[in-house]
Design a protein around this ligand. Structure first.
Ligand SMILES: Cc1ncc(COP(=O)(O)O)c(C=O)c1O
Length: 174
């Protein structure tokens, strides 16, 4: 099977395994139909950007953020809005002001061990961000690439697991 072409969403058996493990681990409720295998998180970011962003669409990013994501986004020529990041994650008041005054289509965030700051977003901010996304009808691209690298303590819930409207796209990495 591995030596043949397969469906582009990835081997069903592996997707099933990920659904079981990831869904339990990160409390994400999902099924096979909502999981896609990619060539790393980077391709997941690129595919999401291609799906969501047209030229000049508003895109919120943390300032600073992962340079590879910026490179992927730039290809689709969005208008970037940079939100300062603090020790406990994005400045949510700044985010709300931005969402109030600009047409934003997507928020890109790395809530766990953010690249490059290492910041972990607080639970309160995770809740506030999903509420703001619901209020202003914005999609969230949550990048959980470093989530599994925790050495001690408990992970906080993913933003995806707090999402009741299906507006969070979650990417991760092996
Ligand atoms: C925040 C973040 N997301 C995604 C990636 C890329 O992950 P992958 O190697 O799975 O494409 C990196 C790599 O540095 C990263 O720092």
């Amino acid at each position: 099977k591995l030596l043949q072409y397969n469906t582009s969403v990835g081997l069903p058996e592996l997707r099933q395994k990920l659904v079981k493990k990831k869904a339990w681990h990160d409390k994400i409720k999902t099924d096979n139909d909502h999981v896609m295998l990619t060539q790393g998180a980077q391709q997941g970011i690129d595919l999401t950007a291609r799906l969501m962003l047209n030229k000049d669409d508003g895109l919120v990013v943390e300032g600073p953020t992962y340079i590879g994501a910026l490179a992927a986004f730039q290809a689709y020529e969005p208008t970037f809005y940079e939100i300062p990041i603090k020790e406990d994650g994005m400045d949510v008041n700044f985010l709300e002001d931005t969402l109030k005054t600009h047409a934003v289509k997507m928020i890109y965030t790395v809530p766990d061990f953010q690249n490059p700051t290492g910041a972990v977003m607080s639970l309160e901010k995770r809740r506030q961000i999903i509420e703001l996304a619901n209020k202003y009808n914005v999609v969230i691209l949550e990048d959980g690439t470093y989530r599994d690298l925790r050495y001690s303590g408990q992970n906080l819930p993913t933003i995806k697991s707090l999402d009741s409207e299906g507006r969070v796209i979650y990417v991760s990495s092996f």
